[in-house]
Design a protein around this ligand. Structure first.
Ligand SMILES: [Zn+2]
Length: 403
């Protein structure tokens, strides 16, 4: 058992938790000043004001967190951080106005990453990803989702999923890694259609990985010229039949009715949503599916941000993630991305905090974290700051500390 005492501001988010992360008001931060919490390795035992700490807990070793802010652990629920290569040349072309097709012709795009990833061994992928994970963790992010998807063939996708599993084992329990299988990222040229790719590679490999307990969630890039409604429904039906959770890249480049399909399957999340329709928003609001917005990708590509305010006002549960990847968002700092986009997204402080803690945890099916309440997992983030607003006010400054 440990006691953390004299915490300047403790954001418990118990109010947000009680409302399932929707339609939040300021008081749902459930902020306690001069707070204490009592934890062991597995559970939070007590939360309250330091002056109310029960007598029994006063003999336990105490860490004084005066001058610190404690929040539920920051969760980055959408990354593609296992990859080889570097696409900075492509960003230069993009800044000069090159189109997606011109970048592909110049040797950029996902096929470039797939080629560079193919040339790395499982061990090399593991080592490069370890360094990326440590950097992300240094910002205060303690739970990280990682997608496969730069393999595009059976052997390479299998290798990437094994590397992600090795990362999970290596970092637990300090950093929690959630393993997402996303072979359905793009259709390689060697397949005639997305349907053939789903039938002959994506589903058989998913079955193998599930039988070896190497994956938690299945994802798909549902988009025109990538994967269809039928591909998505077939993959999700198979995945759920195997007991796997599903989520999807939805309505990023076009309104493809993706949000509604995600809601139809009670997917954990629908991600991107730059082009989501009003009908899609209504479908999400009526479902348990989290809307995960990825403002870094829109900023990186010079596109308008997702309609976060409309979604929240409609009763959607909204999360924010980095989408850290080598092509469309080479930024791994979720707090920075949230800071620089929050005002334009129209987010209030409680919506920001729920978006990167409670709702982001729910986007990964982790319902025992994301709020600091007795009986939950003791997954916390700590910042040296005088107020919780200072963390988003100080753009690009890392205020996270380890305790
Ligand atoms: Zn993505």
């Amino acid at each position: 058992m440990k006691v953390y005492s004299n915490i300047s501001q403790l954001l418990t988010l118990s109010g947000a938790h009680a409302k399932d992360g929707r339609k939040l008001v300021d008081s749902d931060l459930s902020l306690i000043e001069n707070a204490s919490i009592v934890v062991d390795d597995e559970l939070i035992h007590w939360v309250g004001k330091t002056e109310d700490l029960p007598e029994d807990y006063k003999k336990i070793p105490t860490t004084n967190l005066s001058g610190h802010i404690v929040t539920p652990e920051i969760v980055d629920s959408h990354t593609h951080l296992v990859f080889g290569g570097n696409r900075s040349f492509e960003y230069g072309l993009r800044l000069k106005g090159a189109t997606y097709e011109e970048i592909a012709t110049a040797g950029g795009g996902i096929l470039h990453t797939a080629d560079k990833t193919a040339h790395l061994s499982e061990e090399e992928l593991f080592k490069t990803a370890c360094a990326r994970i440590e950097r992300i963790n240094s910002y205060g992010v303690g739970t990280i989702e990682i997608k496969s998807g730069y393999g595009l063939n059976f052997e390479a996708e299998y290798k990437i999923s094994k590397a992600i599993n090795k990362l999970k084992e290596h970092f637990q329990p300090r950093i929690k890694i959630v393993r997402t299988y996303m072979a359905a990222h793009a259709v390689p040229k060697s397949f005639l259609s997305s349907q053939q790719f789903i039938d002959e590679l994506v589903i058989p490999l998913m079955e193998k990985l599930q039988s070896e307990d190497l994956i938690d969630i299945v994802d798909i890039f549902h988009e025109k010229n990538y994967f269809t409604d039928e591909d998505t429904r077939k993959l999700f039906t198979k995945a759920q039949g195997l007991g796997l959770k599903v989520k999807m890249h939805a309505d990023e480049m076009n309104d493809n009715n993706g949000a509604a399909i995600a809601a139809e399957f009670s997917a954990l999340s629908a991600d991107h949503l730059l082009q989501v329709s009003d009908a899609g928003i209504r479908a999400l609001a009526a479902s348990p599916t989290v809307a995960t917005i990825l403002p870094g990708t829109a900023l990186f590509l010079g596109k308008p941000l997702a309609p976060a305010r409309n979604m929240i006002d409609a009763g959607v549960k909204l999360a924010i993630a980095s989408d850290y990847n080598p092509g469309s968002c080479h930024c791994d700092n979720l707090i920075l991305l949230t800071s620089i986009s929050a005002k334009n997204l129209g987010l209030t402080p409680v919506e920001i905090w729920a978006g990167i803690t409670l709702n982001a945890a729910h986007a990964l099916g982790l319902y025992e974290q994301g709020a600091i309440i007795a009986g939950h997992r003791p997954r916390l983030s700590v910042f040296k700051a005088s107020t919780h607003e200072e963390i988003f006010y100080s753009w690009g400054r890392n205020l996270s500390v380890k305790i």
